[in-house]
Design a protein around this ligand. Structure first.
Ligand SMILES: C[S@+](CC[C@H](N)C(=O)[O-])C[C@H]1O[C@@H](n2cnc3c(N)ncnc32)[C@H](O)[C@@H]1O
Ligand SMILES: [Zn+2]
Ligand SMILES: [Zn+2]
Length: 644
């Protein structure tokens, strides 16, 4: 289920939708998004928060400009520092002294530069490699900071040392120093300024205030795992360590104020905004710069990477903020309510060579805003009902043969370990008494489909697919996305799916959410597509066995066809994308009349042929007279089998 896209789309299509996820953070988010949302009630509640706790939080983000005028602080800029292992000098982990640039630097070349000697901030241009500080006259290259990749250079003894190892040895997370702020003047102008003693005192005051308050704050420890190891290596131990004291004070106040909202649905709706704001308001967020949403949230790379120059945003926010509670209230919650009242589709068109999109309304009825948490009994499933539950999908408790379609986006092997990251949100969710999963001590579960071991991963996926097979009607379809760069990832999904009683009947390439370049050797040739695999119960498949040559010819033909359809829009499509697409078409063609082991053995034997064919197919795709040209241009022996 994840973020609930499938549930929402099924609801729009008029189906009864049943959603299940093992992760309480996902279930809670979907439950609120699909549940009762009363616009007038949430707006009222937001206004009263604004007058009270909003006001108090905004006071935490006030500072004076150079003329002594009080302004809102949009962002505070921090830098991590470590001690040089040789001389103990404090080394600040700037990778460059350009602290702010425009997202489209070629058109907007002005950047802000920090003087490494006196801390002055002054404008420069994005390519400048020599600058003189207007305040202290020191000359330096703004592009070169002490941190380079995994190492840093000490400015005192010039030793180069590994950053992560040095932090780990120190036994505690790196210190931070506040070095700049971006102010919003009362006239709407933004100005970058170095920090003053007053700014430091204001932080200390917030920190002292935090100690005096009895606030409910996260206590969840960070457990070891594939995605958490990097932060554990940085000596972070609790999810609370992801926030500085001022952020904890602001978030703690806000959390307490939301807890006091009486109406449960309204309270839940505002908690969902609170939860969204967490990923932008912590010391792992960074600055994207001007001309774009300013805050890069901590999960933008789907990993937990300690940020060397984090940005502290104004938690409540101003009109010009990004990722703040007040801006997310409008951009997420109010937009969600708008969409639910009048759902739309997006139609794409091309006018004089330029693509444009338009919203098409009225193709589905408004959302009903009702969610049930117990399963529908046979025959009693209501029209367009939404049923959600938290638990492993290897055991759903649904009656056999009761579901027409299973549509899912399962975890991809070797990819994100969702619950390890979701614990960041769960650490706050568990503080509530009436949210999903508050009886759990972590969102990490044994049955979660993810593992560093391919066999164990495949076994867990197979258990879920077996349950899908049981609950599906005989004519039902299972549709799921898959993405893997290595061939063994495909062999294991084939085994899991076929051993669960399914066969592949179609496979469509779709643009992936993000390209994944694992293993690293493939970073230059990343995979940009996910494949949508369409499966039926094997016993309902009417197709019959075909020999290998026929299978190969059909799969190549379908690959050609699907690749050229996919590329009707200008997109990247690499050799590896072609390999993935061809492999998926082979799975479809090999299924009828074969056991899982036959399919995987044949596929394995075809590997050299697939490797050769991906090149010639790609060549064809960019070539108007494919077969003839390929031969004329001296196709290698390896490429020839494609044309058999
Ligand atoms: C939608 S995300 C996957 C997105 C994308 N395919 C990827 O790997 O990055 C997968 C979802 O499956 C859920 N999940 C994992 N194991 C599960 C299980 N045994 N039962 C139900 N849901 C599970 C996770 O909690 C997560 O929300
Ligand atoms: Zn200077
Ligand atoms: Zn040193």
């Amino acid at each position: 289920m994840g973020s609930g896209t499938t549930i929402g789309e099924a609801h729009k299509l008029g189906y009864t939708a049943i959603g299940r996820d093992i992760n309480p953070v996902a279930v809670e988010a979907v439950r609120i998004a699909m549940g009762r949302l009363d616009r007038a009630a949430v707006v009222d509640a937001f206004r009263s928060l604004d007058r009270d706790v909003g006001q108090r939080i905004r006071r935490l983000y006030k500072a004076k400009d150079a003329r002594g005028v009080e302004c809102d602080v949009l962002y505070y800029f921090w830098v991590k520092a470590v001690r040089c292992p040789l001389c103990s000098n404090r080394v600040e982990l700037f990778s460059s002294y350009v602290i702010a640039r425009h997202a489209f630097a070629a058109r907007n070349p002005v950047v802000q530069v920090l003087c490494p000697q006196c801390g002055e901030i002054f404008p420069s241009t994005y390519k400048a490699i020599a600058e003189t500080c207007p305040a202290c006259n020191v000359q330096f290259d703004p592009q070169q900071g002490p941190a380079r990749g995994t190492h840093a250079e000490c400015s005192h003894c010039h030793a180069q040392f590994p950053i992560a190892k040095t932090v780990r040895k120190s036994g505690r997370p790196p210190e931070h120093r506040l070095y700049a702020k971006l102010l919003l003047r009362p006239d709407g102008q933004k100005v970058y300024l170095p920090t003053t003693d007053e700014d430091s005192q204001s932080y200390v005051a917030a920190s002292q205030e935090l100690q005096t308050q009895d606030l409910l704050l996260p206590t969840l420890r960070i457990a070891d795992g594939h995605n958490t190891r990097q932060v554990l290596n940085y000596a972070y131990t609790s999810w609370r360590d992801f926030f500085n004291h001022r952020q904890l004070l602001a978030l703690g106040w806000l959390h307490r104020a939301i807890c006091r909202i009486e109406d449960k649905d309204t309270r839940d709706a505002l908690f969902s905004v609170f939860s969204s704001s967490l990923e932008f308001n912590n010391m792992f967020a960074s600055y994207k710069g001007e001309g774009t949403g300013a805050v890069r949230h901590m999960f933008s790379h789907h990993i937990l990477k300690p940020e060397r120059t984090p940005i502290e945003a104004n938690v409540w926010g101003t009109e010009k903020s990004s990722g703040a509670f007040s801006t997310l209230f409008k951009s997420r919650l109010l937009r969600c309510i708008d969409y639910r009242e009048r759902p739309f589709e997006v139609s794409l068109s091309k006018l004089r060579g330029r693509s444009s999109s338009a919203k098409v309304f009225d193709s589905s009825a408004a959302f009903q805003g009702r969610v049930k948490t117990d399963w529908p009994g046979r025959g009693e499933d209501s029209f367009r009902g939404i049923y959600l539950s938290c638990g492993s999908s290897h055991s759903t408790g649904l009656p056999s043969g009761s579901v027409d379609y299973v549509v899912t986006d399962p975890p991809f092997f070797d990819n994100v370990h969702y619950s390890e990251l979701a614990d960041f949100f769960f650490a706050w969710q568990q503080l509530r008494q009436d949210a999903v999963g508050t009886d759990l001590c972590t969102s990490r579960q044994q049955d979660e489909v993810q593992d560093t071991d391919a066999q164990r991963f495949a076994a867990k996926l197979q258990a879920v697919l077996q349950e899908c097979h049981r609950v599906l009607t005989d004519s039902g379809l299972l549709v799921f996305t898959y993405h893997h760069s290595r061939q063994d990832g495909w062999l294991s999904v084939c085994q899991a799916c076929m051993n669960a009683g399914f066969c592949f009947v179609n496979a469509h390439p779709v643009k992936a959410e993000m390209s994944v370049a694992t293993p690293k050797s493939q970073a230059k040739d990343p995979i940009d597509i996910d494949v949508l695999l369409v499966c039926r119960k094997a016993r309902s498949d009417v197709r019959t066995y075909s020999g290998e040559d026929t299978v190969w010819a059909c799969a190549v033909e379908r690959t050609r066809d699907k690749a050229s359809r996919y590329l009707q829009r200008p997109r990247r499509f690499s050799k590896n994308d072609m390999r993935v697409l061809l492999t998926s078409q082979l799975l479809v063609e090999l299924c009828p009349g074969r056991m899982a082991s036959d399919v995987t053995n044949t596929l394995r034997a075809m590997l050299p042929r697939i490797e050769a064919a991906k090149l010639s197919l790609l060549h064809e795709l960019h070539n108007p007279l494919p077969a003839v040209r390929a031969v004329e241009s001296g196709a290698s022996q390896e490429e020839l089998p494609l044309f058999r």
